[in-house]
Ligand binder design. Structure first.
Ligand SMILES: Nc1nc2c(ncn2[C@@H]2O[C@H](COP(=O)(O)OP(=O)(O)OP(=O)(O)O)[C@@H](O)[C@H]2O)c(=O)[nH]1
Length: 139
């Protein structure tokens, strides 16, 4: 349960383990899914390239030109190993019409923030409809 702007949201998360550029999304990932959190590592150019391929595949699968998405650059604690600048992540997210943030799962500072951001993106796509409690499915 996550609270955003005084409203409670019941988030259900589906984790897609081990996605790479050759992965095929199961069709089930387009059904009853309201938003997507796409994560790359700021220490890996390969992951930044793969996330762009995955985003294209995602749009193909759902048959839309835009879906509520948050692009997350993870591992921001690894300063010395960083190869992707925040501006590059932001630029990519902007080109998708998505929200962008950087995170560190290790330092666990931003986990809740990621889910608040995807809720805001889903609300935007939904025209900010109000109700007492909402159920959202995030992948
Ligand atoms: N330093 C640091 N390490 C991290 C961070 N997030 C994940 N890791 C490490 O990165 C490795 C991969 O993390 P996973 O959570 O398995 O990544 P994943 O993308 O979910 O992996 P798959 O779903 O199997 O593709 C592990 O060794 C984690 O401990 C982070 O924010 N900082």
């Amino acid at each position: 349960m996550v609270s955003v702007n005084g409203q409670d949201f019941n988030l259900q998360l589906v984790d897609t383990a081990g996605q790479d550029e050759y992965s095929i999304f199961p069709q089930s990932h387009s059904m009853d899914i309201h938003g997507y959190v796409l994560v790359y590592s700021v220490t890996s150019m390969k992951s930044f390239e793969v996330i762009q391929i995955l985003h294209d595949k995602l749009l193909d699968m759902v048959g839309k030109i835009q879906v509520p998405t948050v692009l997350v650059g993870n591992k921001k604690d690894l300063h010395m190993e960083r190869v992707i600048k925040p501006e590059e992540g932001k630029k990519l997210a902007d080109s998708w019409g998505a929200a962008f943030m950087e995170s560190s799962a290790k330092e666990n500072q931003t986990a809740v923030e990621v889910f608040k951001r995807i809720i805001l993106e889903m609300e935007k796509a939904d025209g900010n409809a109000q109700s007492e409690e909402k159920k959202c499915l995030v992948m």
